[in-house]
Design a binder for this molecule. Structure first.
Ligand code: UDP
Length: 343
């Protein structure tokens, strides 16, 4: 087959036989390989291998069929999330173990969301496995096997330049959204989402997308008898992992995504006068407060906060629309700064 490729002069496309378009191995991880897409610099091919690891790679095996079921589960769940308005890097599944994805650079951070105490959380705080948490929580871990993926605070991530505060708030909120949509889907078919790990990547134009994988390898899921359908079977040598991953996928395929209601989200848009710009309402408040005896006050600036509720998850598209709202109506870009808070 002949494809249009680019010769030396980008203005004049030349014909390049497909066989000559090489697929380059870009990255080889513990269980996945990433290849260039010969047809586009903006896409990558992610291959799920049959390798399975635990304990930061200390325990490793090859289980026939694991790559395919992990790939299929990721395709299914990423497509489901996309259908709910959550942006992922998935374009489409190519064949058994390969996904065609948007090219992103992955943040060196794992976002873990928990509904129930288990794994490292239960060990760290001496809790009984299975203790439900009053609300879901998000934890961050540094992706570094040599350091054994230590937990990392939001401040440390920002100070070390791995992500900005805004990017982290975005990832945290999307992780909670993903938790809601997965938990509700699984609940329909009697499954309980205990915890899971998400990774995010940034595209060249700064969009942050859910990336990597969601499968039995990256979640804990219990059935009605509290049997695991996930990698705990491998961690604890407790049964046929590939069969369990297949059962997990079969069961979630039985759920009806349309029956999962869209959740309302709240965004706070803070609008503040730029420094150096006069702020008469703040000045009036300052004078009045000083008159009342609060003489420690040096300056008061008064801005506005808009609490905006939307019927779509937080996504790069929504953030772009909020920026547009700011420019068009909520703020005066010449005199005011805006900041979207997603806490
Ligand atoms: N997880 C993952 N990759 C990692 C670490 C954790 O996919 O490198 C997933 C894990 O499968 C579980 C959740 O994140 O669903 C929480 O893992 P935990 O911190 O409890 O660590 P573990 O005890 O699994 O090492």
């Amino acid at each position: 087959m002949i494809h249009i490729g680019h010769g030396r002069d980008p203005a004049r496309p030349t014909l390049v036989p497909r066989e000559e378009m090489t697929v380059r191995l870009i990255h080889e991880g513990k269980v996945k390989r990433v290849f260039s897409d010969p047809e586009s610099d903006e896409r990558l091919i992610v291959e799920f291998t049959d390798a399975i690891t635990a304990g930061d790679g200390a325990k490793r095996e090859v289980l026939k069929g694991k790559g395919e079921v992990a790939c299929e589960t990721t395709e299914f769940l990423f497509s489901y999330l996309e259908g709910k308005g959550i942006a992922t890097h998935l374009i489409r599944r190519l064949e058994g173990t390969k996904l065609l994805c948007k090219k992103v650079s992955i943040f060196p951070i794992e976002c873990v969301c928990r509904n129930v105490a288990a794994g490292s959380f239960a060990r760290r705080y001496g809790l009984e496995t299975g203790r439900p948490l009053s609300r879901p929580l998000v934890e961050f871990f540094l992706k570094d096997d040599e350091l054994h993926d230590p937990m990392i605070t939001m401040d440390a991530i920002v100070r070390l330049g791995m992500a900005t505060q805004e990017e982290l708030e975005f990832m945290r909120r999307v992780t909670l959204d993903v938790n809601y949509y997965l938990s509700e889907l699984f609940r329909q078919v009697g499954l309980r989402l205990v915890d899971f790990k998400l990774e995010f990547g940034r595209t060249e134009n700064g969009e942050i997308l859910v990336a990597d994988e969601i499968s039995g390898d990256t979640m804990r899921v219990w059935d009605e008898n509290r049997s695991s359908l996930d990698k705990d079977l491998f961690r604890e040598d407790e049964g046929d992992v590939v069969q369990a991953y297949k059962r997990l996928l079969e069961r979630i395929r039985e759920a009806n995504p349309e029956q999962v209601p869209i959740r309302e989200e709240t965004l706070l848009v803070h609008v503040m006068p730029k420094s150096g710009i006069k702020n008469p309402p703040g000045e009036v408040a300052r004078k009045a407060l000083v008159r009342l005896g609060y003489d420690e006050i040096v300056d008061v600036r008064m801005g506005k906060v808009f609490e905006i509720k939307v019927n779509t998850p937080v996504s790069p598209r929504l953030l772009a629309r909020v920026e547009e709202m700011n420019r068009r109506l909520l703020a005066n870009p010449i005199a005011e700064n805006t900041r979207v808070r997603l806490e």
